[in-house]
Design a protein around this ligand. Sequence first.
Ligand code: NAD
Length: 510
Amino acid sequence: MTDTTTLERTTPSATTIVDHWVGGRPWQGESDRTGEVYNPALGTVQREVRFATAEDTAHAISVAAEAAASWRNVSIAKRQQIMFAFREIVNARKDELARILTAEHGKVLSDALGEIARGLEVVEFACGLGHLTKGAYSENASSGIDVYTLRQPLGVVGIISPFNFPAMVPMWFFSVALAAGNAVVLKPSEKDPSAANWMAAALTEAGLPDGVFNVVHGDKVAVDTLLGHPDVAAISFVGSTPIARYVYETGTRNGKRVQALGGAKNHMLVLPDADLDLAADAAVNAGFGSAGERCMAISVVLAVDTVADELVEKIAERMGRLRTGDGTRGCDMGPLITGAHRDKVASYVDIAAGDGAEVVVDGRGIEVDGDPNGFWVGPTLLDNVPTSSAAYRDEIFGPVLSVVRVTGYEEGLGLINASDFGNGTAIFTNDGGAARRFQHEVNVGMIGINVPIPVPVAYHSFGGWKASLFGDAKAYGPHGFEFFTAEKAVTSRWLDPSHGGLNLGFPQHS
Ligand code: NAD
């Protein structure tokens, strides 16, 4: 059923300007502003992306609003069929999408495929959304009166996504939003915009009516228009904490439903009874996968003193086996997203060293299997990082793993709970009682027990606590469905001869 011409048109070539996608096709809009899209492994600009004006964004919203009016009346069965078809298209052509991710984000191809697989899990969840749309029904709540609930789509929803998962994070939101009957305007990261257009074309080919899914590229101008426009009912945002806070406060002030997922600083507590080889593998995989540019990356290892030396040695030994380089060459770890971000990440190594940390493995200036002009920082290990250092407190979002030595469980738990962030955490132990206590006492939204990146499966929901999530709805799963729908409670009575008569009192049950 797949007509591949549209997809091919959205697979970028070296000379492409990435257009918006509005009304089922590429759209240029009116703006003459553009941004540069780099290939981070080469350090060169490979294409440009249009930056929408407020009017461009408002146009996309009006197209979505018109499409939403009929999309909400399309049957659940038909909506699910379209999501199934989208799933089949992405699955069949995932190598093509993965190459786009690697070219613009830099993550290695195997990791790009992993991102797509985790996004597709949510699409698969959305294919079964009919189950969640079933409301509650109370027969005879009062004599002859039935009460039932139903959930309806909101209309137009805005999705604003970060650079680090250009396919998965949009899929977390749009698949549930669309299956629930909403129309979408997606504003992806301007740093790696092409995946959004590729997915938009795939949705069109899957049979989604024109205008139900739109992509507007750009920056704060587009975001602010989404946040202020009266026809946008809800906003799903993922990005850094300061912008998440801004989006939440602005959107809710404008009367919108907002879920804004922010940054992270994820700690992994390793107790002395843990399997240290398993813990070292996990710290390296979760610390350096995707060059540490994951909101669920482990960035701090809390090592109990008695095993800390051995653990640091095991981590450093494993890091020596990693190959950093171009994501298309079978390396383990790719570049950072921009030159500015590379410099910021490297500066934190200086800060930590200046604050007294020991640089055990230094990734600055390493030799890579790739172009020397790429945005490289190799895997870096810091030991004895003082908790007063900005390198400990701030989200670095790069391949820098900090080891903080603690006296035991209590001190480790105290540090995790004192963090501004509460996205993910992990405990490594063979003591079930300690693990159980940890899950009860830690103030974090997603917890791994001997699992370093505890991203919940699609039928649970994803989200952190504290400065890692503003709003009370997590992403996807049951929370996602509730976020993208509004509940109605209906109280109904069908006339029978016993009804009638005047009574001005407040309705009471009989
Ligand atoms: P970012 O905050 O810079 O950008 C996110 C989005 O906001 C982008 O679409 C961007 O164009 C837009 N934006 C940027 N500046 C803006 C401004 N001043 N006003 C309005 N909009 C603006 O984040 P990023 O660098 O793209 O992504 C990395 C961050 O995202 C990290 O902090 C990471 O932890 C976080 N993240 C969190 C999760 C999560 O689930 N909690 C998941 C992925 C990424």
